[in-house]
Design a binder for this molecule. Structure first.
Ligand SMILES: Cc1ncc(C[n+]2csc(CCOP(=O)(O)OP(=O)(O)O)c2C)c(N)n1
Length: 197
């Protein structure tokens, strides 16, 4: 497990999305919670984006299913901390299924940001990285500063998964725009791209 901590307490969530967008190539990106609202402004390959709206807790499971169904294609999942807490069992399932092509990134901001910033239970008392390790995942990263995250991004994206990344981010801090695309349309477009049409 790699845990890099510095004096900078929290990563700028939007800067992290920008860094991910600039290194993302042809990966499918499942994005949910605050990232579903903010990712469209950064994504350079919207045809392979799957916004997952309202389905709190399920992004990691959806990402696993897609990764197993399309093993030739890397799948990135951007999850919320409250959301992942609702489905911690998916970490065990992912570790057991061992999808080489899955990268699960949890944006840990400590709050339910899109519903108004209510605190996520247990803040500061638990560690996603430790939960991931304890679930059987081996490639586990945790960052609380942008620079080391960016420095490790290539390694994160190129190494064999399943890979788990915890980003300790600050709240975006504004009312993020509602996603413009509906899930059905996005899923149809992803299917078309994968089918080569
Ligand atoms: C099963 C279920 N419970 C509650 C909600 C309402 N809800 C939608 S998003 C959200 C908060 C999400 O928080 P988090 O996963 O931490 O993501 P953030 O908004 O901070 O990015 C809540 C409570 C829901 N959509 N589904």
């Amino acid at each position: 497990m790699l845990a890099i901590t510095t004096e900078t307490p929290r990563i700028d969530c939007l800067a992290a999305l920008d860094a991910l967008a600039s290194r993302r190539t042809d990966q499918i990106v499942v994005n949910t919670m605050v990232t579903a609202r903010e990712w469209p402004a950064y994504s350079r390959n919207e045809d392979l984006d799957l916004p997952f709206i309202g389905c709190m807790g399920k992004a990691s499971s959806l990402g696993l299913g897609i990764a197993l169904g399309r093993p030739e294609r890397q799948v990135l999942v951007f999850d919320g901390d409250g959301s992942l807490l609702m489905n911690l069992g998916s970490l065990v399932t992912i570790a057991a299924a061992r999808p080489k092509n899955l990268v699960l990134i949890v944006f840990e901001n400590g709050v339910y940001e899109i519903t108004g910033g209510q605190p996520v239970p247990g803040q500061g008392q638990f560690s996603f990285a430790a939960l991931a390790r304890g679930s059987g995942l081996e490639r586990v990263y945790e960052f609380d500063a942008l620079e080391p995250f960016v420095a490790h991004l290539e390694e994160i994206l190129s190494g064999p998964g399943p890979t788990f990344v915890c980003l300790k981010v600050a709240e975006v801090g504004r009312r993020s725009p509602k996603p413009g695309r509906v899930m059905g349309e996005a899923a149809r477009r992803v299917r078309e791209v994968l089918a080569g049409t």
